[in-house]
Ligand binder design. Structure first.
Ligand code: SF4
Length: 377
C-alpha cells in the first residue's frame, strides 16, 4: 500500500446506489452464511444490516453478546463529555450550535474549566471527552493545549470531539496526552453532505473524510467513527462507515477503534429526518457491528432513552456516558439552556451504575487496559 494512500482512494471505488441496492438485495441465505462464518467480511456485514436480517435478530443478539463477553468481559467503561465552547463558524442544518442559530455563545475560561473538572471528578469520572463547536480562531490548538494542561491533573484519559485538524496539530495533541479523537463523517453521501453543511470549513467533505488518516499517521491511540443517523439511509451510510473502519484497521493497525451510534435528536436548529431509524434497527446495527468486528469498542451516549440504554448494555455496547450536559459550563450552571441537543437519559451517574451492576456488569471509570500500557519506562 502506498504511504500517501487515504480512505479517499477506497471511497472513490464505491458507488452509493450500487451499495444500497446490494444491501437491500441480500437474502436470508446471505444472513445465514454471515452468522455461520467465524470471520465476517464487508459482504457479510451488508447481509447483517439488511432488511433480510430482521427475523434473525434474536440469534444476532445472542452471538453479539457472546462475542462481547469473550473480548471485553462483563465490563462497561464510563465516560462523560465536557463541552468547552458552543461557538461555531459552520452552518450544519441539524445542530443547535450552528452559526445561524440565535443562542448566547460561550467559551469556558480557565477557572470555569477547572470548576467543571471538579464537579465531574466528584461524580467519579476519570475519562473525559472534550467537545466544542468549530471556531478555529478562538477555540483552536492553543486553546485545546491550555485546556488539556488544566485538566490533566484531574483525569487520566482525555479524548476529544472537536473540529478536524492537520496531522502536525494532532501530533502535538498526542504529545500533550490526548488519548482518543472522535470524528464522525455525519453522512458518506457526498451530495447530501453538501446540503447539510452549506457553510464553513466543515463543508469540505474530503478534508473530513481524510481526518482519520491524519489521526492514524499522527499516532493517536484511539480513533472514533460514526454516522449521524437520520440524514441519509442508515444502512448504506453504515456500510461506508464499516468500510472506513476496515480500511483504517488494516492501515493503522496499532490504533484502537470505536464506533458511536448518534441518532438525530430535537434541537434548536431542527431538521426533518430523511431516514428514521427505529430502536429495533439500532439493536440490529449494534449486533451487526459486533459480529463483524469483535474487537471494536461500541459506544453509546445519553441521546438514547433510559429503557433503550439499559437494554443494550447487555448486547454489545462497551462504553457509555451518563449524566451528560451538552452545553459549556453545564455541570456548574445546569439551568442555563445553551445545549447542543436534548439528552434523553437524565439519570444521575450513581443510579445508572446501579442498573449496570444489576445487569451483572461492572461499571469501570478507569480504563486499566490503557493505563497499564502507558506506564512510563
Ligand atoms: S455539528 Fe459541529 S460543526 Fe456543525 S454546527 Fe454543530 S458544533 Fe458546529
Amino acid at each position: 500500500m502506498k504511504s500517501d494512500q487515504t480512505f479517499q482512494d477506497v471511497f472513490n471505488t464505491l458507488d452509493w446506489d450500487e451499495v444500497k441496492s446490494s444491501i437491500y438485495g441480500k437474502t436470508a441465505a446471505d444472513v445465514r452464511r454471515a452468522l455461520d462464518n467465524d470471520v465476517c467480511d464487508l459482504e457479510d456485514f451488508k447481509a447483517l444490516i439488511s432488511p433480510a436480517a430482521a427475523p434473525f435478530l434474536e440469534e444476532m443478539a445472542a452471538k453479539s453478546r457472546q462475542l462481547t463477553l469473550r473480548r471485553f468481559g462483563k465490563v462497561i467503561n464510563m465516560y462523560i463529555p465536557m463541552y468547552l465552547s458552543n461557538e461555531c463558524q459552520n452552518i450544519c442544518t441539524y445542530c443547535g450550535f450552528s452559526l445561524d442559530v440565535q443562542i448566547p455563545r460561550k467559551t469556558l475560561t480557565d477557572s470555569e474549566i477547572q470548576a467543571e473538572a471538579r464537579i465531574v471528578k466528584e461524580k467519579g469520572y476519570d475519562h473525559l471527552l472534550l467537545v466544542t463547536g468549530e471556531a478555529n480562531k478562538t477555540v483552536g490548538l492553543p486553546y485545546f493545549r491550555n485546556a488539556i494542561s488544566l485538566l490533566k491533573p484531574y483525569f487520566s484519559q482525555i479524548s476529544m470531539e472537536v473540529q478536524p485538524m492537520d496531522e502536525d496539530e494532532y501530533r502535538v495533541l498526542v504529545e500533550d496526552g490526548v488519548y482518543a479523537v472522535l470524528v464522525y463523517q455525519e453522512t458518506y453521501h457526498k451530495a447530501d453532505y453538501k446540503l447539510h453543511h452549506p457553510k464553513g470549513k466543515k463543508s469540505n467533505f474530503n478534508y473530513r473524510l481524510e481526518t482519520p488518516d491524519r489521526l492514524g499517521r499522527a499516532g493517536v491511540h484511539k480513533i472514533g467513527l460514526g454516522v449521524l443517523f437520520g440524514l441519509e439511509d442508515w444502512r448504506t451510510d453504515t456500510f461506508f462507515c464499516a468500510a472506513h473502519l476496515n480500511y483504517l484497521e488494516k492501515t493503522y493497525w496499532k490504533t484502537r477503534y470505536a464506533v458511536s451510534f448518534p441518532r438525530l435528536r430535537p434541537c434548536a436548529g431542527g431538521v426533518e429526518l430523511k431516514s428514521v431509524m427505529s430502536d429495533r434497527d439500532l439493536v440490529q446495527l449494534i449486533c451487526a457491528y459486533r459480529i463483524f468486528n469483535p474487537e471494536v469498542e461500541l459506544s453509546m451516549s445519553t441521546r438514547e432513552s433510559a429503557v433503550f440504554r439499559d437494554h443494550v448494555i447487555k448486547l454489545g455496547i462497551t462504553s457509555i456516558s451518563a449524566e451528560s450536559k451538552t452545553d459549556p459550563g453545564g455541570y456548574s450552571h445546569p439551568d442555563e439552556n445553551l445545549e447542543q441537543f436534548e439528552i434523553d437519559d437524565n439519570r444521575p451517574t450513581g443510579e445508572f451504575t446501579e442498573v449496570i451492576r444489576a445487569a451483572g456488569y461492572e461499571p469501570v471509570f478507569k480504563d486499566w487496559d490503557w493505563a497499564l500500557s502507558h506506564v512510563p519506562e
